[in-house]
Design a protein around this ligand. Structure first.
Ligand SMILES: C[S@@+](CC[C@H](N)C(=O)[O-])C[C@H]1O[C@@H](n2cnc3c(N)ncnc32)[C@H](O)[C@@H]1O
Length: 996
């Protein structure tokens, strides 16, 4: 029978709709039931459009037994384009039982929703039950079947929303919407190939019908199953369901032909009918065609309608869908705890007395930043004598008694800052350590206190310092062991045994301060930390601020003898790259290989710290002190090693980076520049007027006289020696060995020889210099009237100045020698001193060294008796020969003074070199007073040693220096004007120790 494609057939529309808009909602699971998967289908899904609008079964029936469509009472399976079809378009309504709503699953397949919107309708495939065994013939001509209104234009156009059935309360739509098939529940039905909608086949339908029904079932199954889009392998594999599979694929994701395309395939009449319906839509509605609402896309979750064991179970739509419960965590509940909780909960529930909440009152800080720190009742308490003096003068600073509650100054430091007129720095007390995780040096044994090893202890006990440190200073509470404290000058720390002042008044207790500061520990109190430098291994930095001259940390280690040092160098440390050996005292060395972190302090040619040796309670101790300027947080701490490399191969390149870097770790080769400073000095001297100028001139004359006089030999010996070496150094440094270039005379006799030679040369030079100088000093011959001794003394003074030799920074009352290493000879020490002090010649008065009469030794130009004598002592010691590889860090440990913490000295050379300590007055408390033997003020003034009107402090200074020089001479056995001075002074002369 030929197909009549004139009118849109039911199958066409069904096909169209099935293809375009439906997702399956079959009660069966195609995967579970292969039969079912292939058992239902929309008849119209057949690729070939059926010839009739009736379902396939019908068409098949009509094809086979040619039943008249009219005679068909009801199709066994009817594809209905649901909606509110106009009655004239609809078949006489048959109540489908059950009804399978093929609800589009907009949620899961949005693209289908869009297709649906295009088509604008849902479709319901109704499986009518029971199906008649034989469709009764309606008697209607078959043609009339073509015009059966089996499609719903309104539905297609999407206007069925507003249709009658809905307005009449028809809930079909709702049912449809909420109908889906629960695969799980249908499983039972799935097991039966004829279950559910396959029931029509049960009726023993003829094979074709059965096949058609089965086909329809398959179609439905495919359409309705929620997994229709996911065709299982089984279904795909089945050739019978191949086309279904394709359909399903198209349904699930293939592009859909537009409505117009579909319509074009319709017959004329069908087209007209459809177009009529579409045209009938208002423009607004047409615009809304694509909306979900228009397209009846329900985005609500799909409820399920189930078929269970052949029964249709309708789910109550009003029943809310229970939200899927999250998997419960298994919590171990302690029963007891649970019971208690219950109890407390019930107790809480019991009505209790209403709690009245008190309004909170804010607590205000009413005393400023330093709340709780009341100002001291007595503002003078805790101040030094000098500070008290100042405060008494500065009435403004004395509190009125009315406490300042606004923003008080730091209670115990503010006044000090004001009194010392120091700039207030913010933040002054802030500790800023390095963050954690810094590289750390290899583990080493630390030692917080020095320990004598071997013979070192007995060596020490033999030294004069051991006894002398007990000598009391004569400071008064007014001075408070300031700069003039004899202990301070001698570098002996005050304590109860050698200082009559109490702790509060004495400012010469640096090591005690250090101990108090650090005993509680903590980074701020310690104030320093090791850090890794870029190119010099480890170093030490400050993590807080330090005042100028403040003690920072102690250099501790094992105190060993020179012999032991050598042994260690040769045996223990022979492979070491770094040595932590510090020349300490005569025949004593501190080995900090086991020691404090001070050993990591690096060298700088412009240091910001000093390493100074002190005698504390009769024990030698060494500590790092801040230089003459305060140290800021984060600065690397350095001091001048005055490094003794001992041989050329041990010379290390200096990487300190300072502008005046000497280039190598070692003493400064150009330390002494003989003529230039002298010329400058002379020029400066000529410019002076008044008393100073006269004194200058007198000095020149006296020098001349001294040179001519009988005492000239003695006076010029030392000066000449120094001059010689100074001259020799720059002359031909390349021709000489490094040692010589560095002015290391060595400890043995071999090295002593060249010194003598140089001395001779130098003496000539000095003569020349002096003679030329004296010639220029016209009219200064009055000085010749002075005695030979005086002349000699003055001559020495002049020589010293001319050759940039020793002078005293009298203005600051500090004097002494700079560093001298254990191997540095007296001459080297002398030159060093002169180099430091020559820059201060403008303020130089008279050198106390001039008190020496006949034969000033190398110590003569260094007036600070105890301090100056130390390097001399060292130089005279004959050290055993060292291994050439021996490298010792020889630090300048003996020269710098330790000024009062509140009154920092400023006697520092512009280059940052250490200043020389000032000698103090003779110690009246000492066993052997030097008062009797020191020249009187008048004598010194007459000799030009002291300016007229000089301060008593300066007078004391010069006296001490003079005494030291005299002692030097006395020790040398050559006699002198001053025979004895303070018993602490021990000088060495020609290899012998002598107590003066
Ligand atoms: C006492 S140690 C100082 C701590 C050492 N940086 C360390 O890491 O252990 C002395 C050695 O440090 C090095 N050093 C110190 N200061 C230096 C500088 N300015 N330039 C080059 N090397 C320096 C030298 O190797 C020297 O022998």
């Amino acid at each position: 029978m030929a197909a009549i494609p004139a009118a849109p057939t039911m199958a066409d529309l069904g096909s169209l709709l099935c293809e375009s808009s439906f997702t399956s909602s079959t009660p069966t699971d195609t995967t579970d039931s292969p039969d079912m998967s292939a058992s239902s289908n929309c008849a119209s899904l057949s690729p070939t459009p059926p010839t009739t609008v009736s379902p396939d079964s019908m068409s098949l029936a009509s094809e086979q037994d040619i039943p008249k469509p009219d005679s068909i009472p009801a199709p066994s399976i009817e594809a209905v384009v649901t909606g509110n079809e106009p009655k004239e378009l609809l078949e006489p309504e048959r109540e489908p039982k059950p009804e399978l709503d093929l609800e589009p699953q907009a949620e899961s397949q949005p693209h289908e929703a869009s297709r649906q919107s295009t088509v604008g309708a849902d479709a319901i495939v109704v499986a009518e039950q029971p199906l008649p065994a034989e469709p009764p013939s309606t008697g209607r001509p078959r043609r009339s079947l073509n015009s059966l209104p089996v499609y719903n234009i309104a539905r297609l156009a999407g206007t069925d929303v507003h249709g009658r059935r809905r307005s009449k309360g028809d809930t079909v739509l709702n049912k449809k919407r909420r109908t889906t098939l629960d695969a799980g529940l249908v499983t039972g039905a799935d097991s039966s190939p004829n279950a559910s909608i396959s029931s029509p086949a049960k009726g023993g339908q003829p094979a074709p019908e059965q096949a058609g029904a089965s086909d329809a079932k398959r179609s439905i199954s495919i359409l309705n199953t929620p997994k229709s889009g996911r065709i299982t392998k089984k279904s795909v594999a089945s050739p019978a369901s191949a086309h279904l599979t394709r359909r399903a694929t198209r349904l699930s994701g293939a592009s859909v032909e537009s409505l117009a395309t579909k319509l074009s395939a319709l017959s004329k009449r069908g087209k007209k009918a459809v177009e009529k319906g579409v045209r009938g839509l208002s423009r607004e509605l047409r615009r809304l065609q694509d909306t979900n609402e228009f397209a009846h896309i329900d985005t609500r979750p799909v409820r399920y309608t189930v078929w269970s064991n052949g029964k249709y179970i309708e789910v109550n739509p009003s029943q809310p869908i229970p939200a899927p419960e999250p998997p419960r965590k298994k919590v171990k509940v302690d029963e007891k705890a649970a019971k208690e909780e219950k109890k407390t909960a019930t107790e809480k529930q019991e009505p209790s007395a209403p709690v009245i909440k008190k309004p909170r009152t804010k607590k205000w800080l009413d005393k400023g930043l330093y709340a709780g720190q009341e100002p001291p009742a007595n503002v003078f308490k805790g101040l030094t004598a000098q500070e008290k003096k100042k405060l008494a003068q500065a009435q403004d600073l004395i509190p009125t008694g009315k406490p300042n509650r606004v923003l008080p100054m730091p209670m115990y430091t503010g006044l000090r800052i004001l009194l010392t007129e120091r700039d207030f720095k913010l933040p002054f007390d802030v500790c800023s350590p390095l963050p954690p995780g810094q590289p750390k040096p290899a583990a080493y044994r630390t030692m917080t206190k020095n320990r004598f090893v071997g013979d070192a202890a007995s060596y020490w006990k033999k030294t004069p310092h051991f006894e002398d440190s007990a000598s009391k200073c004569v400071c008064t509470p007014v001075d408070g062991c300031g700069e003039d404290c004899q202990n301070r000058i001698m570098l002996y720390e005050c304590d109860e045994t050698n200082c009559s002042l109490g702790r509060a008044q004495c400012n010469n207790r640096a090591f005690q301060d250090l101990q108090e500061r650090t005993k509680k520990g903590g980074r701020y109190r310690v104030g320093v930390e090791v850090f890794k430098t870029g190119d010099r291994g480890y170093g030490v930095r400050s993590n807080r601020c330090f005042e100028a001259n403040q003690i920072i940390m102690e250099y501790t280690g094992e105190i060993i003898t020179d012999e032991e040092c050598e042994r260690r160098m040769n045996e223990v440390y022979k492979d070491n790259e770094c040595y932590y050996l510090m020349s300490f005292d005569q025949n004593m060395i501190i080995d900090a290989t086991t020691g404090s972190i001070a050993r990591f302090v690096n060298h700088s040619c412009s240091p910001n710290c000093r390493m100074i040796k002190w005698i504390v309670a009769g024990q030698p101790r060494m500590a790092l002190f801040a230089g003459d300027r305060p140290l800021m947080t984060g600065e690397e701490l350095t001091y001048d090693y005055n490094f003794d490399p001992f041989s050329a191969k041990n010379v290390q390149k200096c990487l300190c980076g300072s502008p005046n870097c000497r280039g190598v770790l070692g003493p400064k080769p150009k330390e002494v520049k003989p003529p230039k400073p002298a010329k400058e000095d002379k020029k400066k001297g000529r410019k002076r007027k008044g008393v100073k100028a006269v004194a200058k001139a007198a000095t020149k004359v006296s020098m001349k006289g001294a040179l001519k006089g009988s005492a000239k030999g003695a006076a010029t010996k030392v000066a000449g020696k120094a001059k010689a070496s100074a001259k020799a150094a720059p002359k031909s440094p390349t021709k000489r060995k490094l040692k010589d270039a560095f002015e290391f005379d060595g400890d043995d006799e071999e090295t002593a020889k060249p010194v003598k030679k140089r001395k001779i040369i130098a003496a000539t030079g000095v003569k020349r210099t002096l003679s030329s100088a004296s010639l220029k000093a016209k009219g200064a011959a009055k000085g010749a009237a002075m005695g030979a001794a005086k002349g000699a003394a003055k001559g020495v003074g002049k020589i010293k100045r001319t050759m940039a030799s020793v002078s005293v920074a009298t203005k600051k009352k500090t004097l002494g020698l700079t560093v001298a290493s254990k191997v540095t000879k007296a001459k080297a020490a002398l030159k060093k001193t002169t180099a430091a002090t020559v820059r201060k010649t403008t303020t130089t008065k008279k050198t106390p060294a001039t008190t020496t009469t006949k034969k000033p030794t190398a110590a003569a130009p260094t007036p600070a008796a105890p301090v100056a004598s130390r390097p001399l002592i060292q130089t005279k010691i004959v050290f055993p020969p060292r291994s050439p590889s021996l490298t010792i860090v020889a630090a300048g440990v003996t020269s710098a003074p330790q000024p009062a913490s509140t009154t920092p000295t400023s006697a520092v050379a512009p280059t940052g070199e250490l200043s020389t300590p000032a000698p103090s007055a003779s110690n009246p408390g000492s066993k052997t007073s030097s008062r009797k033997v020191t020249p009187s003020r008048k004598v010194m003034e007459a000799r030009g040693l002291l300016d007229v009107g000089a301060s008593p402090a300066l007078e004391r200074l010069v006296k001490t220096a003079a005494a030291a020089s005299a002692a030097e001479n006395a020790g040398s056995g050559e006699g002198g004007e001053v025979k004895k001075t303070t018993p602490r002074i021990k000088v060495v002369s020609k290899g012998g120790l002598a107590k003066v």
